[in-house]
Design a protein around this ligand. Structure first.
Ligand code: DGL
Length: 259
């Protein structure tokens, strides 16, 4: 007799982003749930998402989610703010637990009164953060900062080009801003730079609060393994992940036609 499909608490958790950004969330998830298995999908053939129309990002999120479920995922973490801000309602129809990265970051900003948020054009245009923050009585400053995504994907987070771009983007940030939400999962790799440019500003990212939310809802176990899938070049992905401190052994290339 065949063993049948694994029980929900043994199924891997599917995590996806347009590229390496979601690794910030994946790493926090692996720390919070060291015994679970994870499937990570980086849509590196189609990055960036943030400059694309919402309906296209919605389609990408739907395709990737379907792929991850076919690979055996029993829950999904949308480790991308752009997809979280435009595609969540669709994904909740899939019948598995779906976690986003926006609610946990907003919750982490609770102690602050004047809060900034930076993200991709699509995330900022959706108003997903600004609405939630204003609804909880905060003063809000926001700015799209799209160039940060290719800077990270090109491995330039420590380069002077990153500093020039960051100075440009932070120029208009009010002096009395207390906290800044990094509303894109690529941005935590720029934290040391941003902290140097704006000492004293609390930098909030989604990784740890999202992992805490997932760990609170899903217990369970597996083998503590992670399988990586990318739509672009697997070697380039593994090399970049390595530079970001993530040891990626095996990366499977997925043709867009398989999605
Ligand atoms: N890391 C993603 C986000 O959190 C997507 C960035 C992009 O592809 O533009 O929004």
């Amino acid at each position: 007799m065949s063993p049948g499909p694994p029980a929900p608490h043994e199924q891997p958790i599917g995590v996806f982003d347009s590229g390496v950004g979601g690794l910030t969330v994946l790493e926090a998830l692996r720390r919070a749930l060291p015994e679970r298995d994870f499937l990570y999908f980086g849509d590196t053939a189609r990055v960036p998402y943030g400059s694309k129309p919402p309906e296209l990002v919605r389609r990408f999120a739907w395709e990737i989610s379907g792929f991850l479920l076919r690979q055996g995922a029993g829950a999904l973490v949308v480790a991308c703010n752009t997809a979280s801000s435009v595609a969540l309602a669709d994904l909740h129809r899939l019948g598995v637990p779906v976690f986003d990265v926006i609610e946990p970051a907003v919750a982490a900003a609770a102690p602050y009164e004047h809060v900034g948020v930076i993200g991709t054009r699509a995330t900022i245009a959706s108003g997903a953060y600004q609405r939630r923050l204003r609804d909880s009585g905060k003063r809000v400053w926001s700015r799209p900062t799209p160039l940060f995504v290719p800077i990270v994907e090109e491995g330039l987070w420590g380069d002077e080009v990153a500093e020039l771009v960051a100075r440009h983007y932070l120029e208009g940030a009010p002096a009395d801003l207390e906290a800044l939400i990094l509303g894109c999962t690529h941005y935590p790799y720029l934290k040391p730079l941003l902290a140097r440019l704006r000492p004293g500003l609390e930098l909030i990212d989604s990784a740890t609060p999202t992992a805490a939310a997932v760990a609170g809802a899903l217990s369970g176990h597996g083998g503590g393994r992670t399988t990586y899938f990318v739509s672009g070049d697997p070697e380039a992905f593994a090399a970049l992940a390595g530079r970001l401190g993530v040891n990626v052994n095996e990366v499977r290339k997925v043709e867009l036609g398989e999605l």
